[in-house]
Design a protein around this ligand. Structure first.
Ligand SMILES: Nc1ncnc2c1ncn2[C@@H]1O[C@H](COP(=O)(O)OP(=O)(O)O)[C@@H](O)[C@H]1O
Ligand SMILES: Cc1ncc(COP(=O)(O)O)c(N)n1
Ligand SMILES: [Mg+2]
Length: 534
């Protein structure tokens, strides 16, 4: 990754992928013997590439904005396989639910048996469960075929206000399904129903509701409420505290299926091995980004349109590569250019960035913008994300991949409001509390330092390894270490093997040198060496 100070950045030879290349199964699909022997199946399983698998147990939405259809699209978008057990068929469009037909309980049981007995399901996600009998059949199947995680979206009323699961299911949800769940995701209306029609008007009401539902048994409870601009999130398991996730409120009519999508994304991330907090954060960002990219799409004449789960395939911005999907591994070698240093060595920011990819704070705005635009071009062709330090205006004007802000700059959540969901935001943090705030505000990574004393930044207290360790071990975001890091000490930082530490950011070690390209190559090999040791 590269960061340009009103001064630009270039960067990042990336960490080599550690994923081993597995041989593909050597059997031809046409001559697959049937019935297969157990040994043969095990042999195939051992050679096969794992594919994270979510089973959704939910209703069909004929309009395809919510239900089973939303779940399959959401999982596909996040790279998980999604099998489907259909509990009900609805006649539904953008106006509302016109009719509903519940699938007989026995047949839901048959579908569950077919999938769970044969396919390796990692996570089960539930949506519309129209009767108490169907919830019972599901609980029995889950006891017989346990899975790694259970995500329960207690779908009761559609956004259009139509009832999808009546009051007869409330007791069994509370008594049987919730205690088995790893996370439940009621919206405020559903939370209110589950708690006996309590009034939920304020954030404080939502906190109380989250706590009460948590006591019903699920490990984690996420109460969603887009209109208060937040979703509240309760986790007494991980950190024994209540966490509020702040998100953008996208102005659009296309919000049909947001709840189904959120829960499916959580399930997909859990199936991929993510922690619960990470899964929830990814899910929230996914919904936000999908709504943002679909806000002006028109399908149907009703008040609640569907949105495009596969927006990343067709967004022209993504195609042009101007929305750089954040990859924490890009933090491996994070080059921060400095205008003073570049002047000293008689090169432009553009040349410095170019040199860094091959192997500024005093600049005037117009000059800086021109340099930033040139750097965007260079970085894009080198496949390196370019962030602008502090200057949100410049980042917007040059369509950079994101912005890095300090503690006294604009708060990250306001930067997010301005940049939208697709851009990368980094925040400088010295303490666990600052790192926690950056996560809540929707940042993508934090920069932590100064690890060593540095002259690049005035009045910058040194945290040392211990300070870095404290922040890394509690951070929910990937961390890049910064401050006085150079070829002589970069290895020792990576060898610490700290959790969440993804790389080092360097300024003088690259740009206060005669040949930026040579320094970049040498630092890269030092970092790779250190990583292979830690
Ligand atoms: N207009 C919106 N802008 C941003 N996020 C939204 C918007 N509408 C819903 N969401 C998000 O979608 C997720 C699902 O919420 P919600 O709409 O309450 O679920 P449901 O579909 O079950 O009613 C939540 O994280 C919520 O914050
Ligand atoms: C089959 C089915 N499942 C779930 C929902 C809830 O989705 P939303 O709350 O967005 O209406 C729905 N409308 N239809
Ligand atoms: Mg919902």
């Amino acid at each position: 990754m590269a960061s340009v100070q009103p001064s630009a950045a270039a960067l990042a030879p990336q960490r080599p992928s550690t994923a081993a290349t597995l041989p593909s199964p050597s059997i031809s699909p046409r001559v697959f013997p049937f019935p297969r022997t157990r040994a043969r199946r095990l042999e195939v399983a051992a050679r096969a590439m794992p594919w994270p698998h979510v089973l959704t147990v939910a209703g069909s939405d004929s309009g395809a904005g919510a239900g089973i259809q939303a779940d399959i699209k959401a999982c596909a978008a996040l790279g998980a396989y999604c099998s489907s057990v259909i509990t009900a068929v609805t006649a539904q469009n953008t106006i509302g639910v016109q009719a509903l037909h519940a699938v007989p309980e026995d047949f839901v049981g048959e579908q569950l048996r077919s999938v769970l007995s044969d396919m390796s399901v990692d996570v089960v996600k539930t949506g519309m469960l129209p009767s108490a009998g169907i919830v019972k059949v599901l609980c029995e199947s889950l006891r017989k075929f346990p899975v790694k995680a259970l995500v329960v979206d207690p779908v009761m009323v559609s956004t259009s206000g139509d009832t999808l699961s009546g009051p007869s299911t409330l007791a069994i949800y509370r008594d049987e399904l919730f205690p088995m769940a790893d996370i439940v995701t009621p919206n405020v209306k559903e939370a209110s129903k589950l708690l006996g029609d309590v009034s939920l008007q304020t954030i404080s009401d939502m906190r109380d509701a989250a706590e009460s539902i948590h006591k019903l048994g699920p490990n984690v409870n996420l109460v969603t409420e887009p209109y208060l601009k937040i979703s509240s999130f309760d986790s007494t398991v991980n950190c024994k505290k209540f966490i509020e996730l702040r998100g953008l409120r996208i102005k659009t009519r296309n919000t049909h299926g947001t709840g189904c999508t959120l829960a499916s994304c959580v399930a997909a991330e859990l199936a991929k091995g993510a922690t619960m907090l990470h899964a929830v954060q990814v899910a929230k960002k996914f919904v936000e980004s999908a709504l943002y990219h679909s806000k002006d799409l028109v399908i149907g004449n009703g008040p609640q349109g569907p949105f495009d789960h596969l927006f990343s395939l067709k967004s022209p911005l993504y195609k042009m590569g101007s929305l750089h999907k954040f990859n924490p591994n890009d933090l491996f070698l994070y080059a921060v250019t400095d205008s003073g240093m570049n002047k000293k060595w008689g090169r432009s920011i553009k040349d410095a960035v170019k040199a860094a990819i091959e192997g500024e704070k005093d600049t005037e705005t117009r000059e800086f913008l021109e340099a930033a635009k040139a750097c965007v071009e260079i970085c894009r062709s080198g496949g390196v994300p370019l962030l602008i330090n502090d200057r949100i205006d410049v980042a917007l004007a040059c369509n950079a991949d994101g912005v890095h802000v300090g503690q006294t700059d604009m708060p990250a959540w306001e930067v997010r409001e301005l940049l939208g969901p697709g851009k990368i935001i980094g925040v400088s943090c010295k303490t666990p509390a600052q790192a926690e705030q950056a996560w809540k505000d929707g940042a993508d990574y934090i920069g932590c330092g100064g690890v060593f004393p540095t002259t690049t930044k005035a009045n910058n207290p040194t945290l040392g390894f211990e300070g870095l360790r404290t922040v890394c071990s509690t951070s929910k975001l990937p961390v890049v270490a910064i401050g006085g890091i150079n070829a002589g000490n970069a290895g020792s930082v990576m060898e610490l093997g700290l959790p969440n530490l993804k790389g080092v950011a360097v300024v003088s070690a690259l740009f206060d040198r005669e040949c930026v390209t040579t320094e970049t190559r040498s630092l890269r090999s030092i970092l790779m060496n250190a990583c292979s040791k830690s």
